[in-house]
Design a protein around this ligand. Structure first.
Ligand code: GLA
Length: 344
């Protein structure tokens, strides 16, 4: 641990380095951000495979494209920022057109979390007060990052003193070439999902679970990301590329494979397993070169992709979706693993 910087009010922000073999992971207490992941290519040459900044000051800029952040209290979108729970209506500030996105304008990514070293990693804790961004209930969230062999594991827990809605995820942008090596359009991705949640023009799910079969969203067999990204498809036009929630096959609650990404150039692979019901594959369509990464390279459109394991967007307004409600006395548990490998 060392102190990486200070927030404007003088709060120290520690940075932690986890290492295992050739993998090195760095995380900070501000927003519990994943700052860096160094992983070897097929020749043993390491590169940073997540987008990230070289100093705290850049993480403090708002708005920020959530590069590496833990997002909450509600990751992804809530239509109109509005939902009803136990007969009461709650309004979250709208920060994405009329939607609330990633918990509203001051989400969990904007706070210094408490940090504690644990075996193989670090655990971050944040307490979100009752009424924070309009959400009911004091919520205590823990995110534990651990690195063992070539697997980075994220364990999330949350408890509340009033019924509330919770959807937590990590918003890392990966680029398996290395974060300063152009776009991710030549990477191949497999998504283990027969269905996805189609969206309307505001990227809010219609409520349908539609088959991927016969669409450019079918990644049941590994496909090149760029091959169909600009296809004449209504959903792709609405998303400006890939920015959808896939319904991961098999029962949520058990850790199962959700996605595998391969970079044919470096040979690096990323396998994502999760207990979550869904995964948002976002192809970095809104990155626009405004943010400069750690190597001085501009993070342009599609220079990183996100695999945000999650409950479905706008679940508080869809009774048929897996529930995001957490009640007093219950503990939310969620686990996601990112495994880094190589192919010859
Ligand atoms: C999520 C959303 C995207 C975008 C990014 C942040 O992944 O689904 O539409 O808002 O966050 O830029």
């Amino acid at each position: 641990m060392s102190i990486w910087g200070r927030t404007p009010d003088g709060t120290e922000v520690p940075i932690y380095t986890l290492t295992s073999g050739q993998i090195e992971v760095r995380v900070i207490a501000y927003g519990a951000h994943l700052v860096s992941v160094k992983a070897p290519d097929r020749n043993g040459k390491t590169a940073d495979v997540v987008l990230g900044y070289d100093k705290l000051d850049t993480y403090l800029i708002t708005p920020n494209p959530y590069i590496g952040a833990i997002v909450g209290r509600y990751g992804n979108r809530i239509a109109g920022g509005k939902f009803t729970l136990d007969g009461k209506t709650y309004q979250i500030p709208q920060n994405d057109g009329t939607n609330a996105l990633h918990g509203g304008p001051k989400g969990f990514d904007r706070y210094v979390w408490k940090a504690q070293e644990v075996p193989d990693g670090v655990e971050f804790t944040h307490v979100s007060p009752d009424g924070d961004m309009g959400f009911p209930g004091t919520l205590t969230i823990k995110v534990r990052y651990t690195l063992k062999a070539n697997t980075l594991r994220l364990d999330y827990t949350a408890t509340t003193d009033k019924a509330t809605v919770v959807n937590l995820t990590n918003h890392a942008y990966f680029n398996l070439h290395g974060d300063d090596k152009g776009n991710i359009l030549d990477h191949k991705i497999e998504i283990v999902a027969d269905r996805y949640t189609p969206v309307d023009a505001k990227l809010i799910p219609t409520g349908e679970l539609a088959p991927v079969a016969g669409t450019p969203l079918d990644f049941r067999k590994s496909e090149v990301i760029g091959a169909r990204i600009d296809a004449d498809n209504e959903q792709l036009k609405l998303g400006h590329g890939y920015d959808f929630n896939w319904v991961v096959n098999r029962e949520p609650g058990t850790l199962r494979k959700a996605a595998v990404v391969t970079d044919p150039v470096s040979g690096r692979t990323l396998t994502v397993e999760t207990t979550e019901p869904g995964i948002q594959f976002y192809s970095g369509n809104f990155l626009d070169g405004k943010f400069t990464g750690r190597h001085g390279s501009k993070y342009e459109r599609r220079t990183g992709f996100c695999l945000e394991t999650q409950h479905f967007p706008d679940s508080p307004n869809h009774k048929d979706f897996p529930t995001t409600v957490v009640k007093p006395g219950e503990t939310l548990h969620s686990t996601t693993t990112f495994t880094f490998g190589v192919v010859k």
